[in-house]
Design a protein around this ligand. Structure first.
Ligand code: B16
Ligand code: MG
Length: 219
């Protein structure tokens, strides 16, 4: 029996991808790396350092910078990103998710956050939904990023539930793989998530409700 939910943040609760993309695009341009929409898509759900390494590789610069220089580039991108997310308000919660969070709270389910973003607490505060979660996994404590199950396993531990009692929500293929690896039921959102064959799938966040989830779980 399902008793809780583990939530990815970017692409599930709010669309911060556009801000990540803007900040990475600017950094790439300053490093003479050509930007493409495809590169922007590939960075979704990927950790900060892995994202930087992908951008450098795209420009053939994988061996051109020291670790210190790379840290400085990542910090520069983050500074820009943090400035952009200051404008977030509760109106930036994706369609249907305010209602879904209220519904699960009303029905007695617990929720936690499994986001690779070190800025997750800032974002949740700006969206006004911090109190809807019993905890947020600190990505600084992780040894492996998604698709490794570690982040969803930790998010499940915060709920004090068994994996079989949990549904994980994700928009990225690597994230769906991570949920399945943690032994939780995977709820995928959008075309990218579909690739990893989630147990439950919705095209858009506005379709997510307890009733629509039960329909898919019971065939
Ligand atoms: P930060 P998620 C991920 O969030 C983003 O999708 C990804 O683009 C970003 O690089 C990563 O967080 C790290 O974020 O630089 O803010 O620590 O989808 O796991 O909620
Ligand atoms: Mg995501």
């Amino acid at each position: 029996e399902i008793k809780g939910f583990t939530f990815d943040l970017d692409g599930v609760i709010t669309d911060t991808a556009k801000f990540h993309e803007q900040a990475w695009h600017d950094l790439a341009t300053s490093l003479n790396v050509p930007w493409s929409a495809e590169l922007g898509r590939q960075l979704k759900g990927i950790s900060r350092m892995d994202s930087l390494n992908m951008i450098l590789a795209e420009g053939g610069h994988e061996n051109d910078y020291t670790d210190d220089e790379k840290s400085a580039f990542a910090a520069q991108k983050n500074q820009h990103y943090v400035a952009l997310i200051q404008a977030l308000t509760p109106a930036d919660i994706l369609p249907g998710m305010t209602e879904f969070l209220a519904e699960i709270k009303r029905e007695g389910y617990v929720a936690s956050v499994a986001s690779a973003s070190k800025n997750a607490p800032t974002i949740l505060k700006k969206l006004g939904i911090m109190a809807d979660f019993v905890g947020i996994v600190d990505p600084a404590t992780l040894s492996h990023g998604k698709p490794d199950p570690e982040i969803f396993t930790k998010a499940g531990e915060l709920l004090k539930l068994q994996p079989t009692q949990i549904i994980g929500l994700e928009d990225a293929s690597a994230g769906v793989q991570a949920i399945k690896g943690a032994g939780q039921t995977a709820l995928g959102i959008g075309t990218a998530a579909k690739e990893a064959q989630p147990n439950i799938w919705f095209a858009e966040t506005k379709e997510i409700s307890l009733a629509n989830i039960s329909k898919q779980m019971n065939g």
